[in-house]
Write a new protein. Structure first.
Length: 207
């Protein structure tokens, strides 16, 4: 019974939410808007549960002095500080919360992406070795795109920007759309499997 009820609710909501997009009636629109409002409410409770789970896991690591426990201590401190600033630090661009975001979160994200650039460059170096025809084409396309995106490339030859735009708007866009179509079909198939109860990992799997 504990599995049948969630599966029945999932089936009903999945089918009705899919159908309401194709029924341009006031009742259908109101139903869809109501369900989306309830989704925000459920999401809020899920956020509270996720925060509680985060606190429980990291507090257990701190109490046991597990390996890397001080990372958990930093995470807990950041959580408490962010909540306190969010509740009592004021709102708006001049509030303490936005200052914390602009002067702590944004520099940390910039640092992370800067480090990520080195890993991307390393992966590109390994991928761009012209050992096969495909790798050679990839190397040539990447070189042209990079030259077309920097001022020195235009100084070398004025045609690099035009070739770069063609590469990005024709073969690259075609490949991107193919990937997006594949992702969309995968999402549809997964959704259908969940609605029909074939995929049950979200309730713990099993029959």
């Amino acid at each position: 019974m504990r599995r049948q009820v969630p599966l029945a609710i999932c089936f009903f909501l999945g089918v009705t939410m899919a159908i309401q997009y194709f029924i341009p009636h006031r009742v259908s629109l109101v139903y869809g808007e109501t369900i989306r409002t309830w989704y925000l409410i459920v999401f809020t409770f899920a956020l509270v549960l996720g925060t509680g789970s985060l606190i429980r896991v990291h507090w257990a690591r701190i109490r046991r002095r597990a390996s890397g426990w001080w990372y958990s201590l930093i995470a807990m401190g950041g959580l408490v500080l962010t909540l306190a600033v969010g509740f009592f630090g004021g709102i708006g661009q001049e509030g303490l919360f936005m200052k914390l975001y602009n002067y702590v979160q944004v520099p940390l994200e910039g640092t992370m992406f800067s480090l990520l650039a080195f890993y991307i460059a390393s992966a590109a170096y390994r991928a761009f070795r012209a050992r096969t025809l495909e790798a050679t084409l990839l190397l040539l396309a990447a070189g042209i795109v990079m030259l077309g995106r920097v001022p020195i490339g235009q100084s070398i030859w004025a045609g690099f920007p035009r070739i770069t735009e063609w590469i990005l708007e024709v073969p690259n866009l075609a490949a991107k759309r193919g990937i997006m179509i594949g992702v969309g079909l995968g999402m549809i198939s997964t959704a259908v499997k969940i609605i029909l109860g074939i995929e049950r990992s979200w309730i713990g799997g099993g029959d």
